[in-house]
Design a protein around this ligand. Structure first.
Ligand SMILES: [Fe+2]
Length: 254
C-alpha cells in the first residue's frame, strides 16, 4: 500500500476539500509513491514523534495539526521552525495532516468527543460546521459536568468561566481552540460550552452569561489519536498510537 492509498482512504472518510480556507490539511511532505512500512498517529508533529518513527522504522505520520501552516521561504536544518520538516524528509518520513476537515465533518473530532461524553448531538455550533450542540438526557449541575469530564478524559485541571445557570441541560463543545465561538454559544442558549484555549477577552465576553469550561487544547484533541486509529485499523497496516503530552504543566505553589 502506497502513501497515496492512505491519503485517498482518509480523503474518502474526511474529504480534504472540506477544510477551512485558512487551513493546510492534506499531504505535507514526502512522496505519494512511497510504499508504507508503518503508520504513527499523533496530534502534533514534533521532534519526539519523528524520533519515534525513526526508531520504529515507520515512514508515515498522520497528524491532526498540520506540520506546515504558515508560508515557508526556506527549509533549513538549523532553523528551529523548519528543522522537523528537514528531519522528516531526510529520514524518508511522509506526513499527512487531517485538521479542520476532521473537526467539521460527521464522525470527526467533535462528534467523537460528544460520544465519549455520551451526549445526544443536536447539530453543529457554527455555520461553518465547527463544534456541536448537544443535549444531556436530564439536567445536571456544573459540578457534576466537571467531574464527568475529568473522569472521562482523565484530566486534573479545568478552567471555568461561570455563567448564570447552575443547571446544565444544553451543552456545546468544540475541541481545540473554540474561544471565538463563545458569542455563538451565548446566542444559541447554551448552558455550558466545553472547549480549549480560551483567551482573556473571550472569557470576559462570556463571564456571567455562559458557563465556559476550558479543558485545554491538548486535552480536548488528543482523542484524535484514537479516532484515527480506529479508522486506519481497517487497513491492516502496522499502526502505532503516539500520545504526546501537553506542553503546559500546572504547578501548585500554595
Ligand atoms: Fe487543535
Amino acid at each position: 500500500m502506497k502513501v497515496r492509498d492512505i491519503y485517498d482512504f482518509i480523503d474518502g472518510i474526511f474529504p480534504f476539500s472540506s477544510q477551512a480556507e485558512w487551513d493546510n490539511s492534506g499531504f505535507q511532505v514526502g512522496s505519494l509513491e512511497d510504499e508504507v512500512i508503518g503508520i504513527i498517529i499523533t496530534l502534533d508533529v514534533d521532534d519526539y514523534v519523528i524520533e519515534n518513527a525513526i526508531k520504529e522504522g515507520i515512514n508515515l505520520i498522520i497528524s491532526h495539526h498540520p506540520l506546515i501552516l504558515k508560508k515557508i521561504n526556506r527549509i533549513w536544518a538549523e532553523k528551529y521552525s523548519t528543522a522537523i520538516i528537514y528531519k522528516a524528509i531526510r529520514n524518508g518520513i511522509n506526513i499527512i495532516s487531517a485538521h479542520t476537515n476532521v473537526d467539521i465533518l460527521k464522525g470527526g473530532l467533535a462528534d467523537y468527543l460528544a460520544g465519549i461524553f455520551k451526549l445526544e448531538i443536536l447539530g453543529p455550533l457554527s455555520k461553518e460546521g465547527f463544534g456541536r450542540i448537544c443535549s444531556l438526557g436530564s439536567p445536571i449541575t456544573l459540578e457534576e459536568l466537571l467531574n464527568m469530564i475529568s473522569q472521562k478524559l482523565n484530566i486534573e485541571n479545568i478552567r471555568v468561566i461561570e455563567g448564570k445557570t447552575k443547571k446544565i441541560k444544553k451543552v456545546a463543545l468544540c475541541p481545540g481552540s473554540g474561544g471565538d465561538l463563545i458569542e455563538e454559544a451565548i446566542e444559541k442558549g447554551i448552558d455550558a460550552y466545553i472547549t480549549g484555549d480560551v483567551k482573556y477577552h473571550q472569557a470576559k465576553l462570556g463571564e456571567g452569561k455562559i458557563n465556559i469550561l476550558d479543558i485545554g487544547h491538548h486535552e480536548s484533541e488528543i482523542i484524535f489519536v484514537d479516532l484515527m486509529y480506529e479508522r486506519i485499523a481497517e487497513l491492516s497496516i502496522r499502526t502505532v498510537k503516539y500520545y504526546s503530552t501537553s506542553p503546559f504543566k500546572t504547578r501548585r505553589l500554595k
